[in-house]
Design a protein around this ligand. Structure first.
Ligand SMILES: [Zn+2]
Length: 243
C-alpha cells in the first residue's frame, strides 16, 4: 500500500518513498494516474484551475496574461504526445475526472522550489495540485530565466511548471537520463514559447496514458486562444551554487 499523496510532498520525501515507485527503463512511474476508463491510448479530459496564482501575491515579474500563456504551453507539451485534453475551469467541478489547481504557498525554497501531488485519488482535494514556493523574503523571483541582464535569481516558471505537471500526471523523478523530470533544473528554457519535452519524458507519459493517436482537438477549451503534474525541484540549490 503506497502512502497517500499527502506524503509525497516534495522531492526530498520522494527519495524516501522511491521504493514504492515502479522503475521502468529509466523514467520513473509513481503508480498513480488519472482515470482512463476506456484504456491506454484513449483520450481523457483533465481539468485545471488557478487557485491563487493570479491573485497578485505571487512573487513574479510576469504579468498574469503571460503566466496564463505559460500554463497553457506547459500543459500543451504533455498533451501533444499523450491522449490528454486539458481544460481550464473557473473552479473545481465534480464531473471532471480531476482538477489540477495551480497556485503558490510560502515554504522554504531551499527545500523545494515547487511541489506537486500525484493524481492518487480524485477524492483527495490535493491530488494533482501544484504550488510554487513564494517566500518573498528570499532573493529570487519567478520569471523567464532569459539570461544576461536578468536577476540571477529569476527562475523560469515554464520549466518548473512542465516538471511539476509531469508529477501531477503520475511521473516520478528521472535520475539517469537527461529529462525535464530530473529533480534539478536544467535551465533549458527561457520563457514562453521555448518549452519542450525530452525523449525520456515522452516515453514516461506514454507508458502511463499511451500515445496520442489523433491530433489535438483545436476546439479544446484549453487550446482556444492559446496553444495546449508530489515533488519539487532542487534547482534553487544549484542556482545558488552557480553564483
Ligand atoms: Zn520534482
Amino acid at each position: 500500500m503506497l502512502p497517500t499523496p499527502r506524503f509525497f510532498f516534495n522531492c526530498l520525501l520522494c527519495y524516501v518513498f522511491l521504493a514504492g515507485c515502479q522503475l521502468s527503463s529509466s523514467y520513473t512511474l509513481s503508480g498513480y494516474k488519472w482515470p482512463q476508463p476506456d484504456g491506454l491510448g484513449t483520450e481523457i479530459e483533465v481539468s485545471y484551475s488557478f487557485s491563487n496564482l493570479l491573485d497578485g501575491g505571487f512573487n513574479t515579474v510576469l504579468p498574469n496574461s503571460e503566466l496564463k500563456e505559460i500554463v497553457v504551453e506547459a500543459f500543451g507539451l504533455w498533451s501533444g504526445v499523450a491522449p490528454l485534453a486539458f481544460v481550464e475551469v473557473d473552479s473545481p467541478v465534480s464531473h471532471h475526472y480531476s482538477n489540477i489547481e495551480i497556485g503558490y504557498r510560502t515554504f522554504d525554497p531551499l527545500y523545494a522550489s515547487a511541489i506537486a501531488f500525484y493524481p492518487a485519488s480524485i477524492d483527495d482535494a490535493l491530488s494533482g495540485d501544484i504550488f510554487f514556493a513564494n517566500n518573498i523574503n528570499d532573493p529570487y523571483v519567478w520569471g523567464k530565466n532569459t539570461g544576461v541582464g536578468d536577476d540571477p535569481f529569476e527562475l523560469d516558471v515554464l520549466e518548473v511548471l512542465v516538471h511539476e505537471i509531469g508529477h501531477s500526471l503520475g511521473l516520478g523523478h528521472e535520475f539517469e537520463a537527461d529529462a525535464i523530470m530530473n529533480p534539478t533544473i536544467g535551465n533549458r528554457f527561457s520563457g514562453s514559447d521555448t518549452g519542450y519535452l525530452l525523449q525520456d519524458d515522452i516515453a514516461g507519459i506514454q507508458a502511463i496514458y499511451g500515445k496520442r493517436r489523433s491530433p489535438q482537438a483545436v476546439s479544446d477549451a484549453s487550446l482556444r486562444g492559446f496553444a495546449p503534474v508530489v515533488l519539487g525541484l532542487l534547482f534553487v540549490v544549484r542556482r545558488l551554487a552557480r553564483r
